[in-house]
Ligand binder design. Structure first.
Ligand code: ATP
Ligand code: MG
Length: 408
């Protein structure tokens, strides 16, 4: 794509009210725009990144049998009264009356809707298990919405729901989802820990959070320096340096972190309240076992910026960068040909074809953080100058060599 037509332009200054790094850099580089506290537009560049994140998540959800669908965001009060969450969740849920006086709420999660789908469609054990997920907006009346896109009042979530005939079947699948989540965050390139947390008000079991170690995080976790055990500060009894309670060898370390995913073994709590039963082999009625599993792709984008940037701008990991290469044209006739050849080779190129100073182009390039910078000028002749965003050394490559390197 030509940068001359890309909407919008970058900005020299961060918004005055921006406190967090992701807020400052994503706005300056033209990835997101804040409409009001907690409410964001994903601009064309930001939308490209989120779609790449979503695609990685989608592949891993499909690999464990997840079926993608799309559920509504406007919910009738009735289903929420069945679980008692209309009253319990008043602080977080946006609730209103429409012009006919009907009470509705905006989705902050979708357990009730999935339960309603299940009771309409499940009769016997043969109809289970069910694994369904969607990507959609969630609304939450967050008290503080100050961490840029890490905490929106309207944000994107991928939520998966699973329904089972037994606790064992639920917990076996729960472990599969844990594995899928670990794969997702590994593919995304994060340094993360899986930590135990409380189940909130709706489950007695521990839940598991996926926490990315980050200075800009709002969470605090403790984890073992030898084994894979860790807990959120909210339930951890101990302090830094304590011996690990699991492996009894390592020491516990404290870190700030960002919660990017959370999985919940919910049991039969929802099925009992919403009367979702199936008939077992003997024809006996039993409540459905249920789990839910969430990841926030917009928070993931913000997290990446928090952990991967320098004083010049963002440094995207290649797997979720908005473009693979940023082609900087500094005079000469060659840029168009390079752009065409790379595009034909299936490489995503942002081509800075603007008639502005070289320094401005380089500054934008560093700010936007596309992993590879290519420069074409009179000086490079029939070659292209190649540089990684996070390294200083440059090399001059011929076209064939360049395409080989970019498609390797
Ligand atoms: P937090 O403790 O940060 O408020 P949560 O535990 O309430 O989050 P969950 O209900 O577990 O959030 O939601 C699942 C995932 O959705 C989170 O792990 C996170 O990635 C994302 N998420 C939750 N709240 C927000 C938000 N306000 N803005 C952006 N993403 C969010
Ligand atoms: Mg959570």
């Amino acid at each position: 794509m030509r940068q001359s037509v890309l909407f919008p332009k970058t900005r020299k200054e961060a918004p005055k009210d921006a406190e967090s790094i992701n807020h400052k850099l994503l706005v300056r580089a033209g990835f997101v725009d804040q409409l009001m506290a907690g409410s964001w537009t994903l601009l064309p560049l930001g939308w490209r990144v989120v779609n790449k994140i979503n695609q990685i998540i989608r592949e891993e959800m499909n690999a464990i049998g997840g079926q993608e669908m799309l559920m509504p965001l406007l919910h009738p009060r009735g289903i929420w009264d069945e679980t008692g969450r209309w009253e319990k969740a008043k602080e977080i849920m946006y609730q209103m009356k429409d012009t006919r006086g009907k009470e509705c709420g905006l989705a902050f999660t979708h357990e009730e809707v999935v339960m309603d789908l299940l009771r309409k469609n499940i009769t016997s054990y043969q109809d289970l298990p069910v694994y369904v997920y969607h990507f959609s907006t969630k609304f939450r009346n967050e008290a503080r919405a100050r961490s840029g896109i890490l905490r929106g009042r309207e944000f994107m979530m991928k939520d998966l729901y699973s329904a089972h005939t037994s606790e064992k079947d639920l917990m076996d699948y729960y472990e599969m989802v844990k594995g899928a989540y670990a794969k997702i965050f590994t593919r995304l390139g994060f340094n993360f820990k899986i930590t135990e947390a409380s189940g909130g008000v709706f489950t007695d079991r521990r839940t598991h959070e996926f926490q990315v170690l980050a200075e800009g995080g709002e969470d605090i976790i403790f984890f073992c320096d030898k084994c894979d055990w860790g807990q959120n500060k909210e339930i951890f009894e101990g302090k830094t340096g304590d011996k690990c309670k699991k492996c009894r060898q390592g020491k516990m370390i404290q870190s700030k972190s960002i919660e990017v995913g959370n999985i919940f073994p919910l049991g039969t709590w929802f099925a009992e309240r919403m009367r979702v039963y199936y008939a077992d082999k003997e024809g006996k009625k039993k409540p459905v076992w249920f789990g839910s599993y969430g990841i926030g792709p917009t928070r993931v984008m913000g997290t990446l910026v928090e952990v991967s940037h320098d004083d010049k701008g963002i440094i995207w990991y290649p797997q979720i960068a908005p473009f693979a290469v940023h082609l900087i044209e500094l005079g000469g006739e060659k840029a168009k040909e390079v752009y065409t050849k790379l595009t034909e080779a299936g490489i995503e190129v942002l081509w800075d074809d603007r008639d502005i100073a070289a320094g401005e182009k380089f500054a934008d390039c560093d700010l936007m953080g596309i992993p590879i910078r290519l420069v074409v000028s009179d000086k490079t002749k029939d070659k292209v100058e190649y540089k990684n965003r996070n390294k200083d050394d440059v090399s001059l490559l011929g076209m064939d060599e360049l395409i080989l390197r970019l498609t390797a």
